[in-house]
Design a protein around this ligand. Structure first.
Ligand code: GUN
Length: 291
């Protein structure tokens, strides 16, 4: 059996195109959606992600401003930049690329962003709303993108066993809440580094969301035949046969393509969906400021 590939690039581009009318409408009112992206330090992967976000803004007609900060910058200096962006009425969305250098308190930085400009959906107020069963606000982009790809691929989750591997603030935790919410109704298990018998738990799952950041960690014989597999991992593995010196690998072994019913590829699966949801959130944030 060979799995149906869930094409995040194609679906993500379709979502971006669907934003076009809203953007034209805003522009006709002299409102120009504007995203500010703050990046601290020189993590090569983060620079690639931020560049991809800038390119998506260009495709959609959203203005983007990139603020590159030295890795040695202090928390106070980052906070001062965020306060300035908060009070700039021409900026509608703000995100600070994660991870931040060691010693900087990420959640404090996130909580300094005005909740209505928090297009990453990481602010306590936005996450709190989600916990209370209200998913109408700014949702974290990766989990929201995964829900969208599942919805548009007609994957029914009601009463199904969903396993989320990883409990991060960015993916695992909000993902679990979205899957368990009323109307989706999956039965959710959150697994993490201390979970015992993960292979056996995984074999019971109709949906596996792998977000652990370890290359090819989930083995193909852990996957229930016909299950849906969402691979959030983008890991760089050294590969001297490539010009770049590395190749990208997901958190799931590629043998899963022969077992799963549906699967997201890496790259071209979750990544472009995350970006499409960031564009969606930026437009949502802009519109909500002029309602
Ligand atoms: N790093 C990895 N994913 C994300 C994301 O969705 N937003 C931000 N700000 N940083 C990230």
């Amino acid at each position: 059996m060979s799995a149906t590939v869930l094409d995040g690039k194609k679906i993500g581009r379709m979502i971006e195109e669907q934003l076009h009318n809203q953007i034209i409408n805003l522009q006709s009112r002299d409102i120009f959606p504007h995203l500010a992206v703050v990046i601290v330090g020189d993590d090569p992967a983060s620079h690639v992600y931020v560049r991809n976000k800038e390119m998506a803004c260009e495709r959609c007609g959203i203005k983007s401003t990139r603020i590159d900060l030295d890795g040695e910058i202090s928390e106070e200096e980052i906070l001062a930049i965020i306060h300035k962006l908060n009070s700039d009425n021409s900026v509608h969305g703000i995100l600070v690329q994660s991870p931040l250098p060691e010693g900087i308190n990420e959640s404090m930085i996130t909580d300094a962003i005005l909740p209505e400009k928090d297009v990453d959906g990481f602010h306590k107020m936005n996450l709190g709303r989600l916990v209370q069963g209200d998913s109408s606000g700014l949702l974290p982009c990766t989990p929201a993108g995964i829900m969208k790809i599942l919805e548009l691929s007609n994957i029914d989750l009601s009463g199904k066993n969903a396993l989320v591997i990883g409990r991060s603030r960015i993916v695992g935790m909000p993902m679990s809440i979205l899957l368990a919410q009323r109307g989706i109704d999956a039965t959710v298990t959150i697994a993490h580094s201390r979970t015992k018998n993960l292979p056996d738990i995984c074999r019971e799952a109709d949906l596996v969301v792998a977000a652990i950041g370890r290359p090819e960690f989930v083995k193909s014989d852990w996957i229930k035949p016909g299950a849906t597999v969402i691979d959030v991992g983008i890991n760089r593995i050294q590969d001297s046969s490539r010009k770049s010196g590395y190749r990208l690998a997901g958190d799931v072994d590629s043998g899963a393509f022969n077992v799963a019913g549906h699967i997201t590829p890496v790259p071209g699966g979750v990544g472009p969906m995350t970006i499409a949801m960031l564009m969606t959130n930026t437009i949502k944030a802009t519109e909500s400021m002029f309602r």
